[in-house]
Design a protein around this ligand. Structure first.
Ligand code: ATP
Ligand code: MG
Length: 380
């Protein structure tokens, strides 16, 4: 059994990380289809899938509700695959509701104008919420395996660091100042200084015309009431990320531009004790077919000598390209510090249908049927 097959069959969480546009979402979906076909109750959590893939997974409408993916068309009747679209805003609202001790406390946060603006745009919120949703689903226990897509690498740093940063913010002096700006003054500060600061703040409110300072104070006060529960939750989310049963898959493509980004990602992961378990190389010429160790295939019988010569030249061209790709990939794999567990070729069209995902699955798991030429539906 390959390392990837082993991970798919034994792990509880598979996190797909990598640079922008390398194929994380597509790979996560293909892995999930394959896991379901292997009989595991699977959920795939996708971040911003392309429209065709979204349609194929039945994720037409927004929302974090589970959608059952009908796998009968890819020969997996009865397989259990649910797809989720990570809807950041709504999930953060759900978390506020879950953590608040009373509905009124939750409403205070949710109705706050600053919260409404911040919850969707806070740096790292999307990333934190992705992990938070994984935690919730893992805790509910309805699935054997969660396959998790993540935002591109530079945000993956936020993704894994978001809980710590959130807690650091809550503990920070800046937070205390926001809550009550007069704490900026020393305890024994003069009465005059307090008066001056209060006047400045009033002027600021008049200037912004929105009671900004009061609103910030209220927001911080309301959020702070949730801090204890949040702290505990974040700790448990972090424990899930670090559990033996969680596996990190780096999705990469053979492009030199990805090396620096991957390096940053891997260092950020290492800094919080997370290691890449394996690497999937997407959009590549498979080494098994075009590697230098592979003998050139004999031309098909019955073709003219001219065509046979052209086929040989084309094969040599592809081999040269494969050698370039291999050279581009070597530093990336070294940086990733993990074995390449599968290679997926570049298809002529964007893979989007369930059949396309099943075809990708056959490349991810070469033990099964392997299509060298993309199956019908991939080459539109
Ligand atoms: N092997 C492949 N051959 C051809 N096209 C591919 C392949 N894998 C992915 N694609 C296409 O490349 C594009 C990017 O793929 P995908 O959305 O999966 O990447 P991503 O890493 O999730 O991107 P982002 O970082 O923007 O979330 C999509 O249009 C997808 O259909
Ligand atoms: Mg994506």
């Amino acid at each position: 059994m390959t390392l990837l097959a082993q991970a798919l069959e034994t792990k509880r969480v598979v996190l797909c990380v990598g640079s922008g546009g390398v194929g994380k979402t597509t790979t996560a979906a293909a892995l999930a289809v394959e896991a379901a076909r292997r009989g595991r109750r699977t959920a795939v959590l996708t971040v911003d899938p392309a429209q065709r893939l979204k349609d194929a997974l039945g994720l037409g409408a927004l929302g974090s509700q589970a959608r059952r993916v009908p796998l009968a068309t890819v020969g997996a009747r009865g397989a259990h695959l649910d797809a989720f679209l990570l809807d950041v805003k709504r999930t953060f609202d759900d978390l506020v509701r879950a953590l608040a001790s009373t509905p009124e406390q939750a409403e205070r946060v949710l109705q706050n104008r600053l919260y409404q603006n911040l919850s969707g745009t806070l740096a790292g919120t999307a990333e934190y919420m992705a992990v938070e949703t994984v935690y919730r689903l893992a805790e509910e226990g309805d699935y054997d395996l969660l396959v998790v897509d993540t935002p591109p690498a530079r945000h993956a740093v936020d993704f894994l660091d978001a809980p710590r940063r959130l807690l650091a913010l809550l503990d920070s002096r800046a937070f205390a100042i926001l809550k009550d700006p007069t704490t900026i003054l020393p305890a024994a500060g003069s009465r005059l200084a307090h008066l001056v600061l209060a006047a400045v703040l009033r002027a600021l409110e008049r200037f912004t015309g929105m009671g900004l300072v009061r609103e910030i104070g209220e927001f911080v006060g309301a959020i702070e009431a949730l801090t204890g529960a949040l702290r505990d939750r974040v700790r448990r989310v972090a424990a899930l990320l670090h559990a033996e049963s969680t596996w990190l898959l780096l999705v990469a493509a053979p492009e030199p531009r990805l090396v620096a980004e991957t390096d940053t990602l891997v260092r950020a992961l290492a800094a919080i004790d997370l290691r890449i378990g394996g690497i999937v190389v997407n959009r590549t010429l498979p080494r098994a077919l075009f590697g230098t160790a592979t003998p050139p295939p004999a031309p098909p019988t019955g073709v003219s000598p001219t065509l046979a010569a052209r086929l040989r030249r084309s094969y040599q061209d592809l081999r040269t390209l494969a050698a370039h790709q291999e050279a581009a990939l070597a530093p990336l794999v070294a940086t990733g510090g993990a074995p390449v567990v599968a290679e997926v070729p570049l298809f002529p069209g964007d893979p989007g249908s369930l059949a396309d995902l099943a075809t990708i699955g056959s490349h991810l798991f070469p033990g099964g049927v392997r299509h060298v030429v993309p199956a019908r539906g991939l080459g539109r």
